[in-house]
Design a protein around this ligand. Structure first.
Ligand code: C5P
Length: 391
Protein backbone atom coordinates (compact mmCIF):
# COMPACT_ATOMS: atom_id res chain seq x y z
CA UNK A 1 0.00 0.00 0.00
CA UNK A 2 1.63 3.29 -1.02
CA UNK A 3 2.19 5.88 1.68
CA UNK A 4 1.09 9.39 0.84
CA UNK A 5 1.77 12.43 2.98
CA UNK A 6 -0.77 15.13 2.28
CA UNK A 7 0.39 18.58 3.36
CA UNK A 8 -2.38 21.11 3.83
CA UNK A 9 -1.71 24.82 4.18
CA UNK A 10 -3.94 27.75 5.09
CA UNK A 11 -6.13 28.44 2.10
CA UNK A 12 -9.89 28.74 2.02
CA UNK A 13 -9.76 25.59 -0.12
CA UNK A 14 -8.21 23.57 2.75
CA UNK A 15 -11.57 21.85 3.22
CA UNK A 16 -11.15 20.23 -0.22
CA UNK A 17 -8.09 18.36 1.06
CA UNK A 18 -10.47 16.16 3.05
CA UNK A 19 -12.09 14.87 -0.13
CA UNK A 20 -8.68 14.48 -1.72
CA UNK A 21 -7.53 12.37 1.24
CA UNK A 22 -10.63 10.18 0.81
CA UNK A 23 -10.04 9.80 -2.93
CA UNK A 24 -6.43 8.81 -2.37
CA UNK A 25 -7.55 6.21 0.19
CA UNK A 26 -10.18 4.86 -2.21
CA UNK A 27 -7.33 4.35 -4.64
CA UNK A 28 -5.39 2.25 -2.19
CA UNK A 29 -3.14 4.79 -0.45
CA UNK A 30 -2.39 5.11 3.23
CA UNK A 31 -2.79 8.85 3.79
CA UNK A 32 -1.07 10.84 6.52
CA UNK A 33 -1.94 14.51 6.82
CA UNK A 34 0.31 17.33 7.95
CA UNK A 35 -1.32 20.71 8.59
CA UNK A 36 0.27 24.13 8.88
CA UNK A 37 -0.85 26.44 11.70
CA UNK A 38 -2.93 28.50 9.28
CA UNK A 39 -4.55 25.39 7.82
CA UNK A 40 -5.79 24.56 11.31
CA UNK A 41 -7.67 27.86 11.35
CA UNK A 42 -9.70 26.56 8.41
CA UNK A 43 -9.93 22.84 9.14
CA UNK A 44 -9.26 20.75 12.20
CA UNK A 45 -6.79 17.87 12.56
CA UNK A 46 -9.67 15.84 13.96
CA UNK A 47 -11.39 15.89 10.57
CA UNK A 48 -8.37 14.31 8.91
CA UNK A 49 -7.56 11.95 11.77
CA UNK A 50 -11.08 10.56 11.66
CA UNK A 51 -11.04 10.31 7.89
CA UNK A 52 -7.63 8.73 7.48
CA UNK A 53 -7.39 6.70 10.67
CA UNK A 54 -3.94 8.16 11.17
CA UNK A 55 -2.69 10.86 13.52
CA UNK A 56 -2.05 14.27 11.96
CA UNK A 57 1.17 16.19 12.27
CA UNK A 58 0.75 19.85 12.96
CA UNK A 59 3.02 21.16 15.70
CA UNK A 60 6.78 20.71 15.45
CA UNK A 61 7.07 19.91 19.13
CA UNK A 62 4.10 17.59 19.47
CA UNK A 63 4.94 14.20 18.04
CA UNK A 64 2.20 11.53 18.02
CA UNK A 65 4.66 9.02 19.55
CA UNK A 66 6.76 10.71 22.25
CA UNK A 67 10.45 10.34 21.51
CA UNK A 68 9.99 9.57 17.82
CA UNK A 69 10.49 12.21 15.16
CA UNK A 70 7.36 11.40 13.19
CA UNK A 71 8.12 13.95 10.50
CA UNK A 72 11.39 12.14 9.70
CA UNK A 73 9.67 8.74 9.75
CA UNK A 74 6.92 10.08 7.51
CA UNK A 75 9.43 11.63 5.13
CA UNK A 76 11.37 8.36 4.89
CA UNK A 77 8.29 6.18 4.49
CA UNK A 78 6.35 8.31 2.00
CA UNK A 79 6.07 7.29 -1.65
CA UNK A 80 4.58 10.65 -2.52
CA UNK A 81 4.32 14.06 -0.88
CA UNK A 82 1.33 16.11 -1.97
CA UNK A 83 0.95 19.70 -0.90
CA UNK A 84 -2.61 20.74 -1.63
CA UNK A 85 -3.65 23.43 -1.18
CA UNK A 86 -0.27 25.18 -1.22
CA UNK A 87 -0.36 28.84 -0.24
CA UNK A 88 2.12 31.39 -1.59
CA UNK A 89 3.87 31.35 1.76
CA UNK A 90 4.22 27.56 1.81
CA UNK A 91 5.39 27.50 -1.83
CA UNK A 92 8.06 30.12 -1.11
CA UNK A 93 9.22 28.48 2.09
CA UNK A 94 9.52 25.02 0.60
CA UNK A 95 11.29 26.28 -2.53
CA UNK A 96 13.84 28.04 -0.34
CA UNK A 97 14.41 25.27 2.16
CA UNK A 98 12.97 27.14 5.13
CA UNK A 99 11.90 24.65 7.77
CA UNK A 100 10.04 26.60 10.42
CA UNK A 101 6.95 24.44 10.82
CA UNK A 102 6.09 20.77 10.58
CA UNK A 103 5.14 20.74 6.88
CA UNK A 104 8.16 22.67 5.64
CA UNK A 105 10.47 20.60 7.86
CA UNK A 106 8.97 17.39 6.54
CA UNK A 107 9.31 18.64 2.96
CA UNK A 108 12.98 19.41 3.54
CA UNK A 109 13.61 15.94 4.94
CA UNK A 110 11.76 14.27 2.07
CA UNK A 111 13.70 12.87 -0.92
CA UNK A 112 10.98 11.27 -3.06
CA UNK A 113 8.66 12.55 -5.78
CA UNK A 114 6.32 15.37 -4.84
CA UNK A 115 3.32 17.25 -6.16
CA UNK A 116 2.23 20.75 -5.31
CA UNK A 117 -1.13 22.37 -6.08
CA UNK A 118 -1.05 26.14 -5.50
CA UNK A 119 -4.09 27.97 -4.18
CA UNK A 120 -3.50 31.68 -3.76
CA UNK A 121 -4.90 35.09 -4.39
CA UNK A 122 -4.36 35.87 -8.15
CA UNK A 123 -1.94 38.75 -7.44
CA UNK A 124 0.08 36.54 -5.13
CA UNK A 125 0.08 33.66 -7.62
CA UNK A 126 1.43 35.88 -10.38
CA UNK A 127 3.96 37.57 -8.10
CA UNK A 128 7.46 36.98 -9.49
CA UNK A 129 8.59 35.46 -6.18
CA UNK A 130 5.91 32.80 -6.28
CA UNK A 131 6.51 32.11 -9.98
CA UNK A 132 10.23 31.80 -9.30
CA UNK A 133 9.59 29.44 -6.38
CA UNK A 134 7.36 27.28 -8.56
CA UNK A 135 10.08 27.19 -11.23
CA UNK A 136 12.60 26.10 -8.58
CA UNK A 137 10.28 23.34 -7.40
CA UNK A 138 9.61 22.17 -10.97
CA UNK A 139 13.33 22.01 -11.65
CA UNK A 140 13.67 19.83 -8.55
CA UNK A 141 11.11 17.45 -9.99
CA UNK A 142 7.96 18.63 -8.21
CA UNK A 143 4.87 18.11 -10.33
CA UNK A 144 2.92 21.36 -10.24
CA UNK A 145 -0.83 21.12 -10.73
CA UNK A 146 -1.58 24.62 -11.92
CA UNK A 147 -4.40 26.56 -10.29
CA UNK A 148 -7.45 27.45 -12.34
CA UNK A 149 -9.30 30.67 -12.95
CA UNK A 150 -12.40 31.19 -10.85
CA UNK A 151 -13.91 32.80 -7.79
CA UNK A 152 -11.30 33.03 -5.07
CA UNK A 153 -11.44 34.39 -1.51
CA UNK A 154 -12.60 37.92 -0.68
CA UNK A 155 -14.98 38.12 -3.61
CA UNK A 156 -12.22 38.21 -6.21
CA UNK A 157 -12.13 36.37 -9.53
CA UNK A 158 -8.93 35.25 -11.20
CA UNK A 159 -6.17 32.69 -11.60
CA UNK A 160 -5.31 31.10 -8.28
CA UNK A 161 -8.14 28.73 -7.41
CA UNK A 162 -7.01 25.26 -6.33
CA UNK A 163 -7.12 22.86 -9.32
CA UNK A 164 -9.94 20.34 -9.48
CA UNK A 165 -9.48 17.48 -7.02
CA UNK A 166 -9.91 15.06 -9.93
CA UNK A 167 -6.86 16.56 -11.67
CA UNK A 168 -4.75 16.50 -8.51
CA UNK A 169 -5.79 12.90 -7.96
CA UNK A 170 -5.00 11.82 -11.55
CA UNK A 171 -1.52 13.34 -11.40
CA UNK A 172 -0.89 11.87 -7.95
CA UNK A 173 -1.88 8.38 -9.06
CA UNK A 174 0.29 8.74 -12.18
CA UNK A 175 3.30 9.53 -9.98
CA UNK A 176 2.54 6.60 -7.69
CA UNK A 177 2.29 4.20 -10.61
CA UNK A 178 5.46 5.68 -12.14
CA UNK A 179 7.34 4.96 -8.91
CA UNK A 180 6.90 1.24 -9.63
CA UNK A 181 8.20 1.37 -13.21
CA UNK A 182 11.79 0.45 -12.40
CA UNK A 183 11.07 -1.43 -9.17
CA UNK A 184 13.69 -4.13 -8.69
CA UNK A 185 15.65 -2.96 -11.74
CA UNK A 186 19.31 -2.03 -11.81
CA UNK A 187 20.37 1.00 -13.78
CA UNK A 188 23.89 2.03 -14.74
CA UNK A 189 24.52 5.56 -15.98
CA UNK A 190 27.71 7.04 -17.40
CA UNK A 191 27.84 10.76 -16.85
CA UNK A 192 29.93 13.90 -17.15
CA UNK A 193 33.03 14.53 -19.25
CA UNK A 194 36.23 12.52 -19.34
CA UNK A 195 39.67 14.03 -18.87
CA UNK A 196 42.47 12.67 -21.02
CA UNK A 197 45.88 13.68 -19.65
CA UNK A 198 48.34 15.46 -21.94
CA UNK A 199 50.91 15.89 -19.17
CA UNK A 200 50.80 15.94 -15.36
CA UNK A 201 48.67 19.13 -15.25
CA UNK A 202 46.90 19.43 -18.60
CA UNK A 203 44.17 17.40 -20.16
CA UNK A 204 41.73 17.12 -23.06
CA UNK A 205 38.13 17.43 -21.99
CA UNK A 206 34.78 19.10 -22.73
CA UNK A 207 32.26 21.15 -20.83
CA UNK A 208 29.76 18.43 -19.96
CA UNK A 209 28.40 19.21 -16.48
CA UNK A 210 26.94 15.82 -15.51
CA UNK A 211 23.56 17.50 -14.87
CA UNK A 212 21.70 15.24 -17.31
CA UNK A 213 23.29 12.14 -15.78
CA UNK A 214 22.34 13.32 -12.29
CA UNK A 215 18.77 13.95 -13.45
CA UNK A 216 18.57 10.49 -15.03
CA UNK A 217 19.83 8.98 -11.77
CA UNK A 218 17.30 10.90 -9.65
CA UNK A 219 14.41 10.00 -11.94
CA UNK A 220 15.40 6.31 -11.98
CA UNK A 221 15.61 6.29 -8.16
CA UNK A 222 12.13 7.80 -7.96
CA UNK A 223 10.93 5.01 -10.22
CA UNK A 224 12.26 2.41 -7.84
CA UNK A 225 15.59 1.47 -9.47
CA UNK A 226 18.93 0.74 -7.86
CA UNK A 227 21.26 3.22 -9.52
CA UNK A 228 24.99 3.31 -10.16
CA UNK A 229 26.60 6.34 -11.77
CA UNK A 230 30.08 6.18 -13.26
CA UNK A 231 31.08 9.80 -13.60
CA UNK A 232 33.92 11.85 -14.96
CA UNK A 233 35.04 14.93 -12.99
CA UNK A 234 32.06 17.22 -12.32
CA UNK A 235 31.16 20.02 -9.91
CA UNK A 236 27.65 18.80 -9.19
CA UNK A 237 26.28 16.43 -6.56
CA UNK A 238 24.63 13.19 -7.60
CA UNK A 239 21.59 11.96 -5.63
CA UNK A 240 22.89 10.55 -2.39
CA UNK A 241 20.95 7.30 -2.84
CA UNK A 242 22.86 6.45 -6.02
CA UNK A 243 26.16 4.59 -5.90
CA UNK A 244 28.63 7.00 -7.49
CA UNK A 245 31.94 5.80 -8.95
CA UNK A 246 34.20 8.71 -9.88
CA UNK A 247 36.68 8.20 -12.73
CA UNK A 248 38.83 10.46 -14.85
CA UNK A 249 39.61 9.08 -18.30
CA UNK A 250 37.58 7.09 -20.83
CA UNK A 251 39.68 4.01 -20.18
CA UNK A 252 38.92 4.25 -16.45
CA UNK A 253 35.25 4.88 -17.22
CA UNK A 254 35.04 1.72 -19.33
CA UNK A 255 36.76 -0.34 -16.67
CA UNK A 256 34.53 0.99 -13.86
CA UNK A 257 31.36 0.58 -15.93
CA UNK A 258 32.29 -2.97 -16.90
CA UNK A 259 32.79 -3.98 -13.30
CA UNK A 260 29.49 -2.34 -12.31
CA UNK A 261 27.32 -3.80 -15.07
CA UNK A 262 26.72 -7.26 -13.65
CA UNK A 263 22.97 -7.98 -13.61
CA UNK A 264 22.16 -4.48 -14.84
CA UNK A 265 18.83 -4.08 -16.70
CA UNK A 266 19.36 -0.62 -18.18
CA UNK A 267 22.51 1.24 -19.19
CA UNK A 268 22.34 4.89 -20.17
CA UNK A 269 25.35 6.60 -21.71
CA UNK A 270 24.96 10.26 -20.79
CA UNK A 271 28.71 10.79 -20.52
CA UNK A 272 30.44 13.04 -23.03
CA UNK A 273 33.37 10.73 -23.60
CA UNK A 274 36.45 12.08 -25.31
CA UNK A 275 36.77 10.29 -28.62
CA UNK A 276 40.58 10.51 -28.53
CA UNK A 277 43.33 10.58 -25.94
CA UNK A 278 47.00 11.56 -26.11
CA UNK A 279 48.99 8.44 -26.91
CA UNK A 280 51.91 9.22 -24.61
CA UNK A 281 50.99 11.68 -21.85
CA UNK A 282 54.07 13.25 -20.23
CA UNK A 283 54.73 12.33 -16.58
CA UNK A 284 55.62 15.91 -15.68
CA UNK A 285 54.57 19.36 -16.85
CA UNK A 286 55.56 20.04 -20.45
CA UNK A 287 57.73 23.18 -20.48
CA UNK A 288 57.16 26.09 -22.79
CA UNK A 289 59.45 26.49 -25.82
CA UNK A 290 59.20 28.35 -29.07
CA UNK A 291 59.02 25.15 -31.06
CA UNK A 292 55.70 23.57 -32.05
CA UNK A 293 54.95 20.34 -30.29
CA UNK A 294 52.84 17.47 -31.46
CA UNK A 295 50.44 15.50 -29.36
CA UNK A 296 49.42 12.33 -31.13
CA UNK A 297 45.87 11.29 -30.35
CA UNK A 298 44.62 7.75 -30.45
CA UNK A 299 40.97 6.65 -30.36
CA UNK A 300 39.34 5.86 -27.03
CA UNK A 301 37.23 2.76 -26.61
CA UNK A 302 33.56 3.27 -27.41
CA UNK A 303 32.22 2.62 -23.91
CA UNK A 304 28.52 2.41 -24.69
CA UNK A 305 29.12 0.11 -27.69
CA UNK A 306 31.12 -2.20 -25.41
CA UNK A 307 28.46 -2.12 -22.69
CA UNK A 308 25.68 -2.82 -25.21
CA UNK A 309 27.24 -6.24 -25.77
CA UNK A 310 26.22 -7.25 -22.22
CA UNK A 311 22.62 -7.59 -23.38
CA UNK A 312 21.29 -4.91 -21.01
CA UNK A 313 18.91 -2.42 -22.64
CA UNK A 314 21.45 0.21 -23.59
CA UNK A 315 20.51 3.77 -24.41
CA UNK A 316 22.95 6.28 -25.85
CA UNK A 317 22.90 10.05 -26.08
CA UNK A 318 23.77 11.80 -29.32
CA UNK A 319 24.84 15.40 -28.74
CA UNK A 320 24.37 16.77 -32.24
CA UNK A 321 25.00 20.22 -33.67
CA UNK A 322 21.61 20.28 -35.42
CA UNK A 323 18.06 18.98 -35.32
CA UNK A 324 18.83 16.39 -38.00
CA UNK A 325 18.28 12.91 -36.54
CA UNK A 326 20.15 10.90 -39.17
CA UNK A 327 23.55 10.94 -37.43
CA UNK A 328 21.91 9.83 -34.17
CA UNK A 329 20.16 6.95 -35.93
CA UNK A 330 23.45 5.89 -37.54
CA UNK A 331 25.12 5.94 -34.07
CA UNK A 332 22.37 3.79 -32.58
CA UNK A 333 22.86 1.19 -35.31
CA UNK A 334 26.65 1.30 -35.25
CA UNK A 335 26.82 0.96 -31.44
CA UNK A 336 24.14 -1.75 -31.22
CA UNK A 337 21.89 0.32 -28.93
CA UNK A 338 18.33 -0.31 -27.79
CA UNK A 339 17.51 3.39 -28.35
CA UNK A 340 19.24 6.73 -28.68
CA UNK A 341 18.43 10.17 -27.37
CA UNK A 342 19.11 13.09 -29.70
CA UNK A 343 20.13 16.31 -28.00
CA UNK A 344 20.56 19.49 -30.08
CA UNK A 345 23.64 21.18 -28.61
CA UNK A 346 23.59 24.03 -31.15
CA UNK A 347 20.84 25.59 -29.01
CA UNK A 348 22.63 27.11 -25.99
CA UNK A 349 19.42 27.02 -23.92
CA UNK A 350 19.54 23.23 -23.92
CA UNK A 351 23.18 22.41 -24.62
CA UNK A 352 26.13 21.52 -22.39
CA UNK A 353 25.99 22.99 -18.86
CA UNK A 354 22.44 24.36 -19.28
CA UNK A 355 19.70 23.56 -16.77
CA UNK A 356 17.13 22.68 -19.39
CA UNK A 357 16.95 20.21 -22.22
CA UNK A 358 14.73 18.99 -25.02
CA UNK A 359 15.18 15.34 -25.90
CA UNK A 360 14.19 13.31 -28.92
CA UNK A 361 14.05 9.61 -28.17
CA UNK A 362 14.63 7.44 -31.23
CA UNK A 363 13.66 3.78 -30.98
CA UNK A 364 15.26 0.96 -32.94
CA UNK A 365 12.19 0.95 -35.20
CA UNK A 366 13.08 4.52 -36.24
CA UNK A 367 10.05 5.97 -34.44
CA UNK A 368 10.84 9.14 -32.57
CA UNK A 369 9.18 11.27 -29.94
CA UNK A 370 10.27 14.67 -28.60
CA UNK A 371 9.89 16.07 -25.10
CA UNK A 372 9.03 19.67 -24.34
CA UNK A 373 11.87 21.99 -23.36
CA UNK A 374 12.01 21.75 -19.59
CA UNK A 375 14.33 21.10 -16.67
CA UNK A 376 16.75 18.21 -17.05
CA UNK A 377 14.98 16.38 -14.22
CA UNK A 378 11.58 16.67 -15.93
CA UNK A 379 13.24 15.53 -19.18
CA UNK A 380 14.72 12.54 -17.37
CA UNK A 381 11.34 11.59 -15.89
CA UNK A 382 9.84 11.90 -19.36
CA UNK A 383 12.60 9.75 -20.85
CA UNK A 384 12.24 6.92 -18.32
CA UNK A 385 8.47 7.09 -18.82
CA UNK A 386 8.94 6.63 -22.55
CA UNK A 387 11.53 3.89 -22.20
CA UNK A 388 9.47 1.89 -19.75
CA UNK A 389 6.15 2.12 -21.56
CA UNK A 390 7.27 1.05 -25.02
CA UNK A 391 5.77 -2.13 -26.46
O1 C5P B 1 29.75 8.66 -31.08
P1 C5P B 1 29.31 9.67 -30.12
O2 C5P B 1 30.37 10.09 -29.14
O3 C5P B 1 28.68 10.89 -30.70
O4 C5P B 1 28.13 8.93 -29.31
C1 C5P B 1 27.56 9.43 -28.17
C2 C5P B 1 27.11 8.31 -27.26
O5 C5P B 1 28.12 7.33 -27.13
C3 C5P B 1 26.85 8.78 -25.84
O6 C5P B 1 25.89 7.92 -25.28
C4 C5P B 1 28.21 8.59 -25.17
O7 C5P B 1 28.07 8.45 -23.76
C5 C5P B 1 28.68 7.32 -25.83
N1 C5P B 1 30.14 7.22 -26.01
C6 C5P B 1 30.84 6.30 -25.27
N2 C5P B 1 32.18 6.13 -25.48
C7 C5P B 1 32.83 6.88 -26.39
C8 C5P B 1 32.14 7.84 -27.14
C9 C5P B 1 30.80 7.98 -26.92
O8 C5P B 1 30.25 5.62 -24.43
N3 C5P B 1 34.12 6.73 -26.55
Amino acid sequence: MPNVVLGVSGSVSAYRAADLARDLMRNGANVRVCLTDSAQRFVSPLLFETLTDNPCLSSVFEEPIPGRMAHLDWAREADLLIIAPATANTINRIANGIADDMLSTLALAYEGPALIAPATNPAMYLHPTVQQSLAILKARGYAVVDPIEGDVAAGEFGLGKLALNADILTDSLAILSRSQRLQGKKVLITSGPTQEPIDSVRFLSNSSSGKMGAALAQAALWMGAKVTVVTGPVDIEYPRNALVIPVRSATEMLEAARSACDGVDWIVGAAAVSDYRPENPADTKIRRSNEPIEVRLIPNPDIIAELAKTGAKTVGFAAEPSLDLSAAIAKMDRKGLHAIVHNDISNSAIGFRSNENRLTLIQKTGESVTSEQTSKLQCALWLWDQLTTEG
